[in-house]
Design a protein. Structure first.
Ligand SMILES: Cc1cc2nc3c(=O)[nH]c(=O)nc-3n(C[C@H](O)[C@H](O)[C@H](O)COP(=O)(O)OP(=O)(O)OC[C@H]3O[C@@H](n4cnc5c(N)ncnc54)[C@H](O)[C@@H]3O)c2cc1C
Length: 456
C-alpha cells in the first residue's frame, strides 16, 4: 500500500486526500490551523457568506421598482452577520473533517516541515512526530500580502482574514486594491450600507477581467455611491484618533473609519524545508509544477495557491486530485487552464470560462464574438435587472465555443452552460438548439449563441 502524506488541509489537500484514499492509498493529512484551510476558514467561504447578506440587501434596495415598499432603515446587524459567517465556516470545516475521517484519512494537527521526499516532521501540541512516507503533496496555500507601511492591527487596518471580527458596520471602509478580492469586499460593504472608497492603482477596477465586464461593475459601483479612485497607488496606511488615513504615492490622502488591504497573496512556502531539498521555486516563492502537479523533486507533488498556477479553490482541488491520480496509477487528465470557469462575486457577478477577450485579441485564430445585454431579456425586465450581458467567443467556420463571459445576478450559475460547451467543444448551434425555459436569463445564453450561427 502506498503511503501519501499531504501537508495542508485546504481544497488542494483535502480533495487529494479523498481521491488517494478512494484509490487505495494510506493517507496522512497534516494541517496547522483547521481542516478546510484558508478557503473554508478565512477566504472563500466566509467572504461568500458575507456577500450573501449583502446581495439580499441589494435586492431589497430595488424592491420599490417591483412595487414593494420597504422601510428605508433596512440594515444589516454586522455582529450577527459576522457570527453567522464564522459559524458557517466552522461547520463546513467540521463536515470536511468528518468526510476525511470516514475515508480513513489520518489527520495530524501541527506544523509540518519536509526533511526528505520520504520523511515529514510535524510539530504538534504534544511534541514532535515523524511521518515516514512514500510520497508527499505540498498544499500549503498562501497568506495576505501586507506592506511595511500598512501594517494591519486587526481593528481598523485589516486583512481579509480579520474583517469578521467587526461588531459594527464600518462608517467608511477604504478598500486598497481593486483586484477580485478588493472588488468583492468593496461591493459587499457597499451593499451592506457602508460608505466605501476603492483605491485602485490601475486606471480601472478589476484590471485582470474582461474590459466590458469591468466597465459594468465600475459603473454600478459609482451609481451606488461608491468612490472609485483610479490611478491611485497606496503609499501608507496609518491609524488616526478615530479611524485611518491612507496616503497615496502622489501625496493625496483619504481618511475613513477602516481600511481593508487587498494587496494579493504570498505563498506559504517559507520554512517548509523546500530549498534544502533543491526544489525549484519561482522568484515570488511559488513552487514550480507541471500539469500533473509534479515538482522538481521526485516523489513530491504540489497543488493549489502555493504553486500560483491559478489561485482558485476549484483549481487547487483539481491539481490535488490530478497529483493523486498520477501518483497512484489512475487515468490522468493533465490540468487544462483553458477550461476553467471562475466568478467574481460582485453585485452583479462576473463569470468567465475559456478564452478571454484579451486572449482572443492576441490569438492567431479567427474568432467571432456576440454580446447581448441582459436588459433585452424578458425575465431580466420582470426582475428589475438592468446591468449585465452575455458574451460568447466561437471559432469562425465550425462555430465551436471557445469562451464566454456572463455579467449579471447569479452569473456563477449561468456560466455552467458555456462551461459545458467549452469543455465538450460544443458548437454555437448545439448551444442554441438546446431548449431554454421561457422566460429565463439562460435564454440570453442561447440567443447569443444563435447570433453566432455560422453562415455558409
Ligand atoms: C477573500 C478571498 C476569497 C476567495 N474566494 C474564492 C472563491 O469564491 N472561489 C474560488 O475558487 N477561490 C476563491 N479564493 C481563492 C481560494 O481561497 C484559494 O485559491 C484556495 O484557498 C487555495 O486552496 P489551497 O488548498 O491551495 O490553500 P488553503 O485553502 O490556503 O489551505 C492551505 C492550508 O495549509 C496549511 N498549512 C500551511 N503551511 C503548513 C504547514 N507547514 N504545516 C501544516 N499546515 C500548513 C494552512 O494552515 C492552510 O490551512 C478566494 C481567496 C480569497 C483571499
Amino acid at each position: 500500500m502506498t503511503h501519501v502524506t499531504i501537508v495542508g488541509g485546504g481544497p488542494g489537500g483535502y480533495e487529494a486526500a479523498l481521491v488517494a484514499s478512494r484509490l487505495g492509498a494510506e493517507v496522512t493529512l497534516i494541517e496547522r490551523d483547521g481542516i478546510g484551510g484558508s478557503t473554508v476558514l478565512t477566504d472563500c467561504v466566509p467572504s461568500k457568506t458575507l456577500i450573501a447578506t449583502s446581495d439580499l440587501l441589494t435586492e431589497v434596495s430595488s424592491a420599490a421598482e417591483l412595487g414593494v415598499q420597504v422601510p428605508t432603515s433596512v440594515r444589516a446587524d454586522l455582529a450577527t452577520v459576522d457570527a453567522r459567517v464564522l459559524r458557517l465556516a466552522q461547520a463546513q470545516s467540521t463536515d470536511i473533517a468528518h468526510r476525511l475521517a470516514a475515508s480513513n484519512v489520518v489527520m495530524i494537527a501541527g506544523t509540518a516541515t519536509i526533511e526528505s521526499a520520504g520523511t515529514v516532521v510535524v510539530e504538534t501540541a504534544d511534541g514532535q512526530q515523524r511521518v515516514d512516507t512514500d510520497a508527499i503533496l505540498v498544499a500549503t496555500g498562501a497568506h495576505p500580502r501586507v506592506s511595511p507601511d500598512a501594517q494591519p492591527d486587526g481593528e481598523r487596518i485589516l486583512t481579509w482574514e480579520q474583517v469578521y471580527a467587526l461588531q459594527e458596520l464600518p462608517e467608511h471602509m477604504i478598500v486598497v486594491g481593486s483586484g477580485v478580492t478588493g472588488a468583492e469586499f468593496a461591493s459587499a460593504y457597499n451593499g451592506l450600507g457602508a460608505a466605501v472608497t476603492l483605491v485602485s492603482s490601475r486606471d480601472r477596477v478589476l484590471p485582470g477581467e474582461d474590459v466590458d465586464a469591468a466597465n459594468v461593475i465600475e459603473d454600478v459601483f459609482t451609481r451606488r455611491g461608491m468612490t472609485v479612485m483610479g490611478n491611485s497607488r497606496m503609499a501608507s496606511v496609518e491609524r488616526t484618533d478615530d479611524g485611518v488615513l491612507v496616503t497615496l504615492t502622489d501625496g493625496r490622502t483619504v481618511s475613513g473609519s477602516h481600511c481593508l488591504l487587498a494587496l494579493g497573496s504570498i505563498p506559504n512556502t517559507e520554512g517548509l524545508g523546500l530549498e534544502a531539498l533543491g526544489m525549484v521555486l519561482d522568484d515570488h516563492g511559488f513552487i514550480k509544477v507541471d500539469r500533473v502537479s509534479r515538482t522538481s523533486v521526485r516523489g513530491i507533488y504540489a497543488a493549489g495557491d502555493c504553486t500560483g498556477v491559478l489561485m482558485l479553490a476549484s483549481v487547487a482541488a483539481q491539481q490535488g486530485r490530478i497529483a493523486m491520480s498520477h501518483l497512484l496509477g489512475d487515468a490522468v487528465h493533465p490540468l487544462d487552464l483553458g477550461k476553467v470557469s471562475s466568478n467574481v462575486f460582485t453585485s452583479p457577478e462576473i463569470a468567465t470560462v475559456g478564452m478571454s477577450q484579451k486572449q482572443v485579441e492576441e490569438s492567431d485564430l479567427q474568432i467571432d464574438m456576440a454580446m447581448l445585454p441582459l436588459a433585452s431579456n424578458a425575465r431580466a425586465k420582470m426582475q428589475g435587472v438592468h446591468d449585465g450581458f452575455v458574451k460568447i467567443f466561437s471559432r469562425r467556420g465550425m462555430g465551436v465555443v471557445v469562451g464566454g463571459v456572463v455579467v449579471g445576478p447569479k452569473a456563477s450559475e449561468l456560466i455552467h452552460a458555456l462551461s459545458i460547451a467549452v469543455s465538450a467543444s460544443l458548437t454555437v448551434d448545439q448551444v442554441a438548439d438546446a431548449f431554454t425555459v421561457y422566460p429565463s436569463m439562460s435564454g440570453s445564453v442561447a440567443e447569443a449563441a444563435r447570433r453566432l450561427h455560422p453562415l455558409v
